[in-house]
Write a new protein. Structure first.
Length: 323
């Protein structure tokens, strides 16, 4: 004999979250339409001599997109996770914001719209907003988010593509920080998906890690499959394992034997320098118009190992400007 117990499923209500409830327009059920023209728009720069893609049938699966094969790759650097996590020292309150269809909140540059064209039995179509699966989509969106959130990065905000993490040392601080970000999203006409967001939490899952006042830990749910991964037993499993080993070895040889392609500087404008200081050394990348001009790195000198973090970061800037 069995009986069913009805359980009331309580959905998250925006009015239950201080600060957030003052900004319902940031959390629409659907995107309201085309996004505004932003400081960064998705552009598609083709390799020299590339011809329009003419292939039938043309599959839109990312791995099959012919357009990706003739697009110049954007070398924009994504942040390293350990660098991001270094900022979370002493944080005890967190809010995590996930943008609603983030890629669709960025326009395709007008002159590149035609390059996204595809034909179906229903007619001819072109993307007006950035589609998923195209080369450089991730890099360009990361660039946009870094520009928008730049005043607060490293202070109380971490951005990784379309995920925004707000962190604070106290409840009072978090109220201020959360309001600043809500105002920013409202001003920039950026929209989030309320059901996937978390506010005023003491422990947050972010980029495969768990963060709380005790520190940063690996998310056990993310490594469960690895923990249960058994050694190959059958001849088929052993053969597959050895094939993957060989692929990895050949890839390593290729990486060691093929230097990255560097662009030549053009004029004196639009340079950007990315630099980093570690306990072992300094490293930097010089770029112009999103193309890599130079890489450089060196070990720390003996006396530099006694520098404070601030002095090391400044030393990395000086090192970068000298290359």
């Amino acid at each position: 004999m069995a009986h069913v117990v009805d359980k009331e499923v309580k959905e998250k209500q925006i009015q239950n979250f201080p600060v957030v409830r003052d900004y319902p327009e940031v959390f629409p059920e659907e995107l309201p339409g085309l996004p505004p023209h932003r400081q960064v728009e998705f552009h598609i720069d083709l390799v020299q001599g590339a011809a329009p893609v003419a292939k039938s049938p043309y599959r839109l699966a990312p791995s099959k997109m012919e357009l990706n094969k003739i697009t110049i790759k954007n070398r924009y650097l994504l942040p390293r996770m350990d660098d991001l996590f270094d900022q979370l020292h002493e944080a005890t309150y967190f809010s995590k914001i996930d943008l609603r269809s983030g890629y669709h909140q960025m326009r395709v540059r007008e002159k590149d719209i035609a390059k996204t064209a595809f034909r179906t039995r229903y007619g001819h179509y072109e993307f007006l907003v950035m589609p998923f699966g195209l080369t450089n989509a991730l890099a360009v969106f990361m660039d946009l988010m870094n520009r928008i959130c730049r005043p607060y990065l490293g202070m109380f905000v971490i951005v990784f593509i379309d995920d925004i993490l707000i962190y604070s040392r106290s409840k009072k601080e978090h109220e201020q920080h959360l309001r600043v970000m809500m105002e920013l999203l409202k001003t920039e006409d950026l929209y989030a998906k309320f059901s996937k967001n978390e506010f005023w939490i003491r422990e947050v899952h972010f980029l495969g890690h768990v963060m709380n006042k005790e520190g940063i830990h690996v998310d056990l749910a993310k490594i469960e499959a690895i923990k249960k991964w058994e050694a190959p037993k059958t001849s088929t499993e052993i053969r597959q394992f050895l094939e993957k080993q060989e692929e990895a070895f050949q890839l390593l040889k290729h990486k060691l034997c093929n230097a990255p392609i560097l662009a030549l500087p053009e004029g004196t404008d639009n340079f950007m320098v990315y630099c980093d200081a570690l306990h072992q050394g300094l490293r930097c990348v010089s770029m112009q118009n999103e193309k890599v001009i130079a890489y450089a790195s060196r070990q720390l000198k003996i006396h530099e190992k006694n520098y404070t973090t601030h002095d090391l970061e400044l030393g990395a800037v000086v090192f970068a400007l000298k290359i």
